[in-house]
Design a protein around this ligand. Structure first.
Ligand code: 8GT
Length: 139
């Protein structure tokens, strides 16, 4: 029997997989927020009348104080949590040179693809990580 999920949809959330010299950036969500201490890709909700790319650059300025070079949109992931659903839209990005600062996160880490298993990510990130890791392994 099909289960009908009846939770609010928060809309589109863009996130950035920022790469540097074979590493990529993960950011730890702050205490006191939902999914505290999980590691995520920096980003946030797309506002009305805002493009995905503009939202991504705005969020990265707010959270990390950087502007990135947006390289590639990966496959969006629609996911339902117990209390809300979202569409998480990932972009591969490169840095212009500035070093990201943890303006809103507990911590930032540059990790190798091999270290991914050491970090706990929100469930919506899992298929995104799988697609990204498959891409870089085959390149
Ligand atoms: N930035 C980001 N958000 C993610 C990821 N995975 C994931 O499920 N999310 C969820 O997407 C939403 C992002 O919206 P937001 O950035 O505007 O919200 P927020 O961190 O202030 O959290 P809040 O909704 O608890 O206030 C959050 O509910 C967050 O938990 C991810 O990799 N990056």
């Amino acid at each position: 029997m099909a289960v009908i999920e009846n939770v609010p949809h928060i809309g589109d959330v863009v996130c950035a997989i920022i790469e540097k010299e074979g590493l990529f950036l993960v950011a730890q969500r702050p205490e006191g927020k939902s999914m505290a201490s999980l590691w995520e890709f920096p980003g946030g909700k797309v506002n009305q009348n805002e493009t995905e790319k503009a939202a991504l650059q705005r969020e990265l300025q707010e959270e990390l104080g950087v502007t990135v070079n947006i390289i590639q949109r990966l496959t969006p992931c629609f996911h339902t949590y117990p209390d809300f659903s979202l569409t998480l839209i990932p972009y591969r990005c490169l840095l212009y040179g500035e070093e990201p600062r943890a303006l809103e996160h507990q911590a930032l880490r540059w990790i190798t693809p091999y270290e991914t298993g050491l970090y706990n990510f929100p469930d919506a990130d899992v298929p995104i990580l799988e697609e990204y890791l498959a891409q870089i392994r085959s390149s």
